[in-house]
Write a protein that binds this ligand. Structure first.
Ligand code: NAD
Ligand code: UGA
Length: 332
């Protein structure tokens, strides 16, 4: 088992659905579940036959008998047949990213993050899926005074994206209150990084800039701090949320690193032996200065805590960027 991989904290489920399985986090989750012996129905509107990112994300699942990919848009497709016999639905499909949500794309955010989630909830209720784990976001907290955010804090979303993620998790929790709805765990992920991270995200861009000797655009002065969370830790928390008996409600998933963007740049410089050239740009709307997770509930309810520190996580992320590309043409 590679250094950072964690086994699930409880027995793996027999059969599950992972939405957003062609994406960054969803593809890692699907890999981990298949490795643990679970049959995974992966649903994503990106088609690995035509979309290079989806193909790269799913390449490691090619030929694995436990993984079945369905290319479908959750806004329109028949969801019920996909859920039959599933012990859990891991609902990760959605439009991520704070900055583009101010633009004309907001309708897509609303559609995929709220309306598609409503369709998944209706189908899960009809089929009687016992557990739904939904990918929520640290962005629901908005600006903080520096204290760690607790699940009981009043949400204060600062971007259109964050508003849709709050609506999404609250919709799921409302369904969970009905006697017939699935049990729901809403995981508030804090800035996730690691191999196959989305190309719009900071960590990917910083490591890429260091490796390629290209300039990095820095929005603000680089003193923004994030509770960066390594992908394998996120996967372990997510699987635990699907299997731990009686888990419910919102739970923070934070890496415990609380580092600034300049800290990430310094580590990237030291890992590559190169100095990243910085191009300073203006602070983006809705960009919070600091995120920090209170880890208590994740530990208490899921028995989970992060294991990978920022330095080791960034090293693994960088190694993946320099590894040979998989053969996309034969991807699942
Ligand atoms: P990603 O873009 O890599 O993956 C999301 C996937 O969902 C994509 O493959 C996309 O095609 C799919 N999708 C979107 N709308 C769909 C629809 N209507 N039907 C079917 N598929 C659809 O993003 P990611 O970084 O892996 O994020 C996954 C989830 O986690 C998102 O819900 C995001 O809001 C949440 N999240 C991510 C982070 C992070 O740091 N990456 C942090 C907090 C929360
Ligand atoms: C990330 C994800 O993109 C969101 O989808 C997710 O919901 C959120 O984490 C979360 O934790 O909930 P963010 O923390 O903004 O959002 O992560 P990045 O997009 O990687 O940005 C981190 C910081 O780097 C921000 O301050 C941003 O302004 C800055 N940045 C980003 C740059 O300075 N330059 C860039 O090229 C990109």
């Amino acid at each position: 088992m590679p250094q950072h991989e964690q086994p699930p904290t409880n027995a793996a489920p027999r059969r599950v659905v992972v939405t957003g399985s062609a994406g960054f986090i969803g593809s890692h989750l699907a890999h981990a579940l298949v490795r643990a012996g679970t049959t995974v129905i992966g649903v994503d509107r990106r088609d690995p036959a035509t979309d290079p990112t989806a193909a790269a994300n799913l390449a490691g699942l090619r030929g694995r008998p436990g993984y079945h990919h369905v290319t479908a848009d959750l806004l329109h497709c028949a969801i019920d047949p996909l859920l039959i016999d599933a012990e859990a639905v891991f609902h990760l499909a959605g439009i991520p990213g704070v900055r583009p949500s101010w633009g004309p794309q907001f309708g897509d955010y609303l559609a995929s993050n709220v309306l598609a989630t409503h369709r998944v909830l209706e189908a899960s209720t009809r089929i009687g899926v016992p557990r739904l784990v939904v990918a929520s976001s640290s962005s629901v907290y908005g600006p903080t005074d520096g204290d760690a955010s607790r699940e009981t804090d009043r949400p204060n979303p600062a971007s259109p994206y964050a508003v849709t993620k709050l609506a999404e998790e609250q919709l799921c929790l409302a369904y969970a209150e009905r006697p017939v709805g699935p049990g729901v765990v809403a995981l508030r992920y804090f800035t996730v990084y690691g191999p196959r991270q989305r190309a719009d995200m900071f960590t990917h861009r910083a490591l890429y800039a260091a490796l390629a000797g290209q300039p990095l655009r820095l929005y603000g002065d680089g003193h923004q701090r994030r509770d960066f969370t390594y992908i394998d830790d996120v996967v372990a928390a997510t699987i635990a949320a699907g299997v731990v008996p009686n888990a419910h409600g919102t739970i923070n998933v934070g890496g415990g690193s609380n580092a600034s963007l300049l800290d990430v740049i310094n580590i990237a410089n030291s890992l590559t032996g190169r100095e990243i050239q910085l191009h300073q740009d203006h602070v983006r709307n809705g960009d919070v200065l600091l995120t920090r997770a209170d880890p208590g509930r994740a530990k208490e309810v899921l028995g989970w805590q992060p294991r990978v520190d920022l330095h080791n996580g960034l090293r693994a992320h960088m190694q993946a960027l320099t590894a040979p590309l998989p053969d996309y043409s034969r991807a699942a």
